[in-house]
Design a protein around this ligand. Structure first.
Ligand code: ADP
Ligand code: MG
Length: 585
């Protein structure tokens, strides 16, 4: 085929492919236009997942009748005139291609009336053909209606998911926009049913109630600014505010994590990771926190023009942002959860009461982490699969009276409200993990120098792992040197590991690290692993005094609920539950 220029229609459809991927992308562009127009109230309506109809109405400054035909042309924008403007951008839009892209792949109708105009003008575009504007009666503001999305783009249509899934994507977009602009009233109506409504009060807490509902909002707390932020003149290069869920509030996917940078909703794996890391070891593996973070950076440290739908941004120093998120979130969590909640024996109704009771008592495995989350970006249906741990809201580690040991594995204790079973290994692992981490943070690992260097033969994998983790191993107190061939000489180990056979501890750690480790960084994995391999084992008989000491140490932990691997350290059978189990009431 000879080279030739594409016709306008084809160019438009290709360009639209970048911006308009699915109904949610249309909604995002239209809502952002409404916000750019200074709207105080935005109503979004969709039918059949947005495939049949998307309508966004606002009370913003409108589009003058004579500019209407221009609005739907590509590269037509009222928001920037020069490329340099992007550095100081305060509007969501700047590419001037959203309306044009929508017009290329759907039927588009815009009705708009600037407040000082006596009536509204309407513009209809079908299949890229624009009909001359007409005058119609309407309230001030703009209503954009999009019908039959992708009716003429079969390839795109084929990629759409089921209506309820598309609707879930739309809901996430509207949620994010509402959380980005708490002073604007939002309403989302899906097939005639209002699924989201915010009050426009300007209060983020109220907005969260409107977006996530009162139950979730009740378990969220405002981010406490780090103390040193106020006085440092260099700050705030990056500030983080918003709300985070307590560790008791978790979801099976990342749908309830909303990151806003300068009021722009972004998706960032690395910043999401920073958030999750702040929850590390506070929530179970495979569960995800709920959070709404408003991140503010100087506009000139941010490039918003790196993605056609502006979903990603680039920071001039992402590490700063990463650190700021971790600090703010971790700081807030430690203030709100000085002592962690304890998984309770109480189970949610699953089966007949008798069966449920038996399972609760005989299947501690059911308190293990839930199955892995659905793939990244999956929509908001959160079935909460099989989560049977109901965290006890009353929740510090209470003062416990040790009664004895069960199966040389569990410590049985009595507390103010019933009975506790503590997994001695998991509990000790938690204690050692926190000790080791503190020592690392103070840059003072407690080490035990060996009387004579211990020479150990390693497998090639173990050797390679030891080399990969060398720096981190030093940071927590291992002093290891190459000893020719595949051997190493161990000169010192972390003090906590000295109680056990250093050879077994080291090999255990190297094997776990080779298998990937369980932390979010090499150092954390190493710390978790070292704590685990140094801790008392299941099957080890303990004296009453040893058990009491262990419980006392656990009480002093900041997150006594789970071991470093995320397994629970204790189970609780409340007085009430005991009475119920024995049918005393
Ligand atoms: P951009 O938002 O990047 O400027 P769009 O294609 O989304 O490009 O919109 C083109 C222009 O149409 C905008 O610059 C704005 O002037 C006007 N416009 C679009 N939607 C609205 C609205 N809801 N209210 C007022 N003006 C609007
Ligand atoms: Mg726009």
């Amino acid at each position: 085929m000879p080279i030739r220029l594409l016709d306008e229609d084809t160019i438009g459809k290709i360009a639209a492919g970048e911006v308009i991927e699915r109904p949610a992308s249309v909604v995002k562009e239209l809502v952002e236009n409404a916000l750019d127009a200074g709207a105080r109230s935005v109503r979004v309506e969709i039918q059949a997942g947005g495939r049949e109809l998307i309508r966004v109405s606002d009370d913003g400054h409108g589009i003058p009748a004579e500019e209407l035909p221009l609005a739907i042309q590509r590269h037509a924008t009222s928001k920037v005139t020069r490329f340099d403007d992007l550095a100081r951008l305060t509007s969501y839009g700047f590419r001037g291609e959203a309306l044009a892209s929508i017009a290329a792949v759907a039927e588009l109708r815009i009705v708009s009336r600037p407040p000082d105009s006596p009536h509204a003008a309407a513009l209809v575009s079908r299949n890229g053909r624009v009909e001359p504007p007409t005058t119609v009666p309407a309230a001030p503001g703009t209503t954009v209606t999009v019908r039959d999305l992708f009716a003429h783009v079969p390839a795109r249509r084929a990629f759409l998911r089921q209506d309820h899934t598309e609707a879930a994507y739309v809901q996430r977009v509207v949620a994010a926009c509402a959380l980005a602009a708490p002073e604007v009233r939002f309403e989302l109506v899906v097939d005639g049913r209002t699924v989201l409504a915010t009050d426009g009060s300007g209060d983020l807490g109220n907005t969260i109630v409107g977006v996530f509902g009162p139950d979730i909002a009740a378990e969220m707390v405002p981010i406490v600014p780090p103390a040193d932020d106020e006085h440092d003149p260099e700050r705030p290069a990056v500030t983080v505010s918003g709300y985070v869920g307590l560790p008791t509030l978790t979801r099976g996917n990342r749908q309830h994590i909303i990151l806003l940078v300068n009021r722009r909703w972004i998706e960032s794996r690395s910043l999401t990771f920073a958030l999750e890391q702040a929850y590390h070891s506070l929530i179970m593996v495979g569960r995800f926190p709920v959070a709404v973070l408003h991140i503010t950076v100087a506009p000139d440290r941010l490039d918003v023009n790196v993605h056609p739908t502006k979903r990603e941004v680039r920071f001039s120093d992402e590490r700063l942002v990463f650190a700021a998120i971790q600090r703010a979130v971790r700081g807030t969590l430690t203030q709100h959860t000085p002592a962690q909640t304890i998984p309770s024996f109480t189970t949610t109704p699953l089966t007949a009461p008798a069966v449920q009771r038996r399972m609760a008592l005989t299947h501690p495995n059911r308190f293990r982490p839930t199955p892995p989350p659905p793939p990244e970006g999956a929509p908001a249906d959160d079935p909460d699969p099989g989560m049977t741990v109901v965290p006890d809201p009353g929740s510090a580690v209470p003062v416990l009276r040790v009664l004895g040991q069960v199966g040389a594995t569990y410590i049985i204790a009595e507390g103010p409200d019933g009975m506790y079973l503590i997994d001695q290994h998991a509990a000790h692992e938690r204690v050692l993990f926190e000790q080791l981490w503190q020592q690392y943070e103070r840059a003072k690992p407690d080490i035990q120098t060996l009387l004579e260097p211990l020479v150990i033969e390693l497998t090639p994998t173990q050797l390679e792992t030891a080399e990969r983790c060398r720096e981190e191993m030093v940071q927590i107190g291992f002093h290891i040197e190459p000893f020719g061939g595949s051997a190493v000489a161990v000169r010192a180990v972390p003090a906590i590991a000295a109680r056990r056979d250093p050879r077994a501890v080291l090999l255990g750690i190297l094997d776990e690290m080779a298998a990937g480790g369980r932390g979010t960084t090499l150092l954390e994995s190493l710390t978790i692993s070292t704590a685990c391999h140094s801790a008392i084992r299941a099957g080890q008989t303990l004296s009453l005094a040893e058990m009491r000491e262990l419980i006392a140490q656990l009480e002093r932990c900041t997150a006594p609920r789970a071991c470093g691997h995320g397994r629970p350290t204790m189970l609780h059978l409340s007085q009430e539950e005991l009475e119920r189990q024995f049918e005393r009431r």
